[in-house]
Write a new protein. Structure first.
Length: 551
């Protein structure tokens, strides 16, 4: 019945012809689903089949890569059933049991799930390999915990530890599964937090920390020891903070992990920063600059000399912007040298220097040395002190293009920060080409965002900034975005090119208010104004913009 129906759906949606359906029915192997036969014979691909099912039956597709599965639902359906029928439970919603399947027209599976769980099943569709990956990921956790003597109590949903000796091999698997799960969910950081009676595992995804798992406190020391062994730390030292590094391959991706431990009153806390070294380098047009801002930045970095600064708080994407600029400038005809702490992404054709303060290789000392290496372009990870700032500015005056980051709140304050460092105003005015201030906001999920009229407060804010708007987009939440309403992040920018008029004001050591007036005359959009444009374009929400911009 289900086999005939999927064929009918694909015929109806004109994905296949009658002749192809007959060919597939003849060629179908034992225990093979008809959809799999179409894929094997290259009559149709998985996405065509899933789209046809969605159009014809209303069964929504779900992006499992962005979805965090509720642990409780895994206890309702065993792994064997999931593997046999290519399904993965998702969550309980009211009296409904949500699950993803490769074949949403297999009604016998839906009936079995109804009897097995006691809930009304609701199917979502997903590619077969995505489902099998999730089965391995989530049920693999369960098997590993059982090997560690940890069992899950279905009634209370609490983890109980048996008193058996903990085996080392399962702990190796458990740590690996925590790392794999974090990479799968696109997390930037993993937090292991000891509480009085349990351990919290939290992932930071799109800038937001969420609890993803809880483990019993008993396994904390063994977990921390395993991480220390992997990152080359001293496992006998628990009284002082330590730093380490792991380079590994996870899901065919080269991953660099920066590990930091911190002794607390409840035990050692661990934070792991995840850097995906295999990720493609961001292009200038992919970081969130609008066409006008992109042209301004390209003009800044096209100059043969001068200094371009990127400002913003920690975690605002400054380094990503610098790498995007370097990516644009990188070619065999220029010598690019960087000084970084740490070197986050290795770029072919670029000479990258890692700072080592313990052997007195600081930013300033490394910068002095690399200026003798005949560079055209110099990138400095961060201007942290007066000495580095002075050398950078002098390097830009002697025919080098210098790119760097600085911790200030906006573009204009970057100029006053350099003045506070007691750098002569005439040096700043003659060397500074431009400042890019930036923040990151969460991007609305394309699957579930919807349009709505702006409320009174929103309308007032847009009107105040002379932006006409008749609708805004809201975040609703769906399986694709793990019910958060957002998926991924995008940059919001404030680009300040240093014009001749601005140079004159800086050289005359004018105050902040006069610099701001001139920047407005030159057409600079503030972080808030750029953010409002992204709200108008349906990329993000006003709430996200107001988190990072002052109003």
């Amino acid at each position: 019945m289900a086999l005939k129906r999927i064929g009918d759906v694909l015929l109806q949606e004109k994905v296949i012809t009658k002749a192809q359906l007959e060919e597939a029915l003849k060629s179908k192997e034992k225990d093979e689903r008809l959809g799999e036969t179409f894929v094997r014979l290259k009559i149709a691909n998985e996405m065509q089949i899933l789209k046809a099912l969605e159009n014809s039956t209303g069964v929504q597709r779900v992006s499992l890569a962005n979805f965090t599965i509720d642990e409780f639902v895994l206890t309702l359906v065993d792994e064997t059933f999931c593997r046999r029928n290519v399904i993965i439970p998702l969550r309980i919603e009211g009296n409904r049991f949500l699950f993803a399947t490769y074949d949403p027209l297999d009604f016998s599976v839906i009936e079995e799930l109804r009897i097995m769980t006691g809930y009304r099943p609701k199917a979502y569709s997903a590619p077969k390999n995505d489902i099998l990956t999730q089965i391995e990921k989530y049920y693999g956790f369960t098997r590993t915990l059982e090997a560690l003597g940890v069992k899950q109590n279905i009634m209370s949903e609490e983890l109980i530890v048996e008193e058996d000796d903990l085996d080392d091999t399962p702990m190796v698997k458990l740590v690996n599964q925590i790392l794999t799960s974090a990479v799968f969910q696109r997390a930037s950081d993993i937090h292991i937090d000891p509480l009085d009676d349990k351990i919290l595992i939290r992932y930071r995804v799109d800038g937001v920390l969420d609890i993803v798992r809880e483990f019993p406190y008993k396994i904390l020391n063994q977990m921390i020891s395993r991480i220390k062994v992997m990152s080359g730390m001293d496992i006998t030292e628990t009284r002082i903070p330590q730093d380490g590094r792991i380079q590994t391959l996870i899901q065919q991706k080269n991953i660099d992990l920066r590990i930091s431990t911190l002794p607390t009153v409840r035990g050692e806390k661990v934070v792991m920063r995840i850097l995906d070294l295999s990720g493609s380098m961001n292009k200038m047009n992919a970081i969130g600059l609008d066409p006008r801002e992109e042209k301004l930045v390209r003009d800044m970095i096209a100059k043969p000399n001068g200094i371009v600064l990127v400002s913003g708080p920690t975690g605002s994407g400054k380094t990503t912007t610098l790498y995007a600029c370097l990516n644009e400038l990188n070619n065999p005809h220029v010598n690019i040298v960087t000084v970084e702490d740490p070197v986050e992404i290795k770029m072919p054709g670029v000479n990258q220097v890692q700072v080592h303060p313990e052997v007195n290789l600081t930013f300033a000392k490394a910068l002095r040395s690399i200026l003798r290496q005949d560079p055209n372009i110099v990138m400095i990870g961060e201007i942290r002190d007066v000495e580095t700032a002075e050398i950078s500015i002098r390097a830009s005056l002697t025919g080098h293009l210098v790119l760097s980051t600085i911790h200030t709140n906006d573009s204009i304050k970057t100029i006053t920060r350099l003045l506070d460092m007691e750098i002569e105003p005439f040096l700043i005015s003659s060397s500074l080409s431009g400042v890019i201030s930036q923040r990151l906001v969460r991007r609305l999920c394309s699957e579930c965002s919807y349009e709505e009229k702006p409320n009174e407060i929103e309308a007032e804010i847009f009107h105040k900034h002379h932006i006409e708007i008749d609708h805004v987009k809201r975040a609703k939440g769906c399986p694709s975005c793990n019910y958060k309403g957002y998926a991924g992040r995008v940059g919001v920018f404030e680009v300040l090119p240093i014009t001749k008029e601005m140079q004159k004001l800086i050289a005359e050591n004018k105050g902040l208010s006069e610099l701001e007036k001139q920047a407005k005359k030159d057409g600079m959009k503030t972080i808030l104004e750029s953010g409002l444009e992204k709200v108008k374009d349906g990329i993000t929400t006003l709430e996200e913009v107001l988190k990072v911009a002052n109003e």
